[in-house]
Design a protein. Structure first.
Length: 112
């Protein structure tokens, strides 16, 4: 997993594919918890498939972030992967944008 500190309050994350995705989300959750006050943009461009276990971990990350008033944005989600979110009804739970530049711009606009 690649974690970039995009700014003082934004982390940009490049996820790795299954079977390591779930472990990476756990690491990301710990990083966000340790860092504290930040929004997160998650780049799914390397992800083809997602398991229910990884979805569960992403939901836990989202809950932690929303409880603290921060944003979690997914970008570059492949159509097949997005289909999993749609079928499970999670497309209304998570925020999706086309790419990381759109995600970063939307965070910048909400900060102003």
């Amino acid at each position: 997993m690649g974690i970039q500190n995009w700014s003082d309050d934004v982390i940009l994350v490049d996820l790795v594919p299954e079977p390591d995705l779930g472990d990476e989300v756990v690491s990301l959750t710990q990083t966000v918890r340790d860092r504290g006050d930040c929004d997160v943009v998650v780049d799914f461009s390397a992800i083809d498939i997602i398991t229910s276990s990884s979805l569960s971990k992403l939901l836990k990350l989202r809950k932690m972030m929303t409880d603290c008033g921060h944003n979690l944005i997914f970008c570059s989600v492949a159509p097949a992967t997005k289909g999993v979110f749609i079928v499970t009804g999670l497309d209304d739970v998570f925020e999706f944008v086309d790419d990381k530049f759109v995600a970063l711009a939307s965070l910048q606009m909400t900060a102003n």
